[in-house]
Design a protein around this ligand. Structure first.
Ligand SMILES: [Zn+2]
Ligand SMILES: [Zn+2]
Length: 368
């Protein structure tokens, strides 16, 4: 059931992006960081805000439905790679941006928790396509299918989902502490059949156990909330300048899609805990005096846990080749590029044959 309030929000959302001169839907324009009408070119600024009032209570997340994405969105699910794309309700997706498959259907899945912050695209579609073209040129052995993908303009602006977590931690620990001491030892060595006494300093370790308390506050532990983009590729286009995180506004989504998170808020937090645990272990090892400090047991309490759902921008072009997915991505903020591609067996074979022919001709010349 839709309440009056929700309906009201939906109407407002659509009004935000309507072109005042022709009534068409305007789209977010990375070059002006505002809205632009694709029909008449009318431009409207977006009031970017940086309030960042979006730290939400982790323990309340399960029963707080007001955090759900309440704008009118549709979720498309890919039958091939499983990616779920969140689009404005008036937009229809006809292929999956993450694998290139056209087995994509609209679902009644909700769009999940609404993002609180995002980095708006600063690289335009044209710039991303130019980078794609340049990248393909540099990869002679890529099959022509790739070049066709480029011609089809199958490059999409996608916001990738991330979680960030804050937490106060307090840990009870037991550590094994080792301190060095030296003893003088005498031993017998044989040289040319003669016995000789040698004395030397030998390092020993004296161990004892200590226990104690350790507190540390963790701020903005960043966890990727999906697996659709190959981690290696994503790594290559890092970093994103998180200082540019802007308050989420519906306008930034217009003409773009957001991937729905597939790592849940709880799953994300257990990954964040692994990162915090490593930080805590390091912190304890640094704070306890001793030549060797090893954490033997650790029990941590997490308090005041808050989270944010944030979106980071990439341009992506994906395609299928012999049962494998290949992706090309551009960091939508910095323009850094990475991609993987299949080798064309045909092109490699022809190159090898050409080289053999050249060698054969050279051989004939030398021989004559
Ligand atoms: Zn217009
Ligand atoms: Zn897919």
């Amino acid at each position: 059931m839709t309440s009056f309030d929700e309906q009201n929000t939906v109407v407002e959302d659509t009004q935000n992006i309507k072109c005042p001169s022709c009534g068409g839907n305007t789209e977010y324009d990375p070059e002006t960081l505002g809205l632009k009408c694709p029909f008449c070119g009318h431009e409207m600024p977006i009031e970017a805000t940086f309030d960042h009032h979006v730290e939400l209570d982790f323990n309340e997340a399960g029963n707080n439905l007001q955090h759900l994405w309440n704008e009118e969105k549709r979720v498309f699910s890919c039958g091939n790679c499983g990616a779920e794309s969140v689009l404005d309700a008036h937009v229809v997706a006809d292929f999956c941006s993450f694998c290139g498959s056209s087995h994509i259907t609209v679902t009644d899945q909700d769009a999940g928790i609404q993002p609180g912050l995002l980095i708006p695209f600063q690289v335009s579609n044209e710039q991303a396509q130019a980078k794609f073209k340049e990248w393909i040129k540099g990869h002679f052995f890529a099959p022509n299918t790739l070049k066709k993908t480029y011609r089809l303009n199958k490059i999409s602006g996608a916001y990738l989902p991330y979680w960030t977590y804050d937490s106060q931690t307090s840990s009870q620990y037991v550590v094994r502490v080792g301190n060095y001491y030296y003893v003088t030892e005498t031993r017998t060595v044989y040289e040319d059949g003669k016995a000789r006494q040698v004395t030397e300093q030998v390092r020993k370790i004296r161990w004892h156990q200590e226990s104690g308390n350790y507190r540390e506050f963790f701020d903005d532990i960043l966890i990727k909330a999906s697996h659709t983009v190959e981690p290696k590729l994503l790594q290559k286009v890092q970093p994103f300048q998180l200082t540019s995180l802007t308050d989420y506004k519906v306008e930034y989504m217009s003409g773009f899609l957001a991937e729905r998170y597939s790592v849940s808020l709880q799953q994300g937090f257990s990954k964040a805990k692994d990162i915090m645990t490593r930080g805590i272990v390091n912190g304890i090892e640094r704070s306890v005096a001793g030549d060797i400090v090893e954490v033997a047991s650790l029990s941590t309490d997490y308090k005041d846990i808050t989270y944010k759902h944030i979106l980071l921008p990439i341009w992506i072009s994906s395609f299928h080749f012999k049962e494998k997915i290949y992706q090309f991505i551009v960091n939508g903020q910095t323009g850094k590029v990475s991609g993987n591609y299949p080798l064309s067996a045909m092109k490699i074979t022809s190159l090898v044959i050409s080289i053999l022919i050249v060698i054969f001709i050279v051989y004939l010349f030398i021989d004559s």
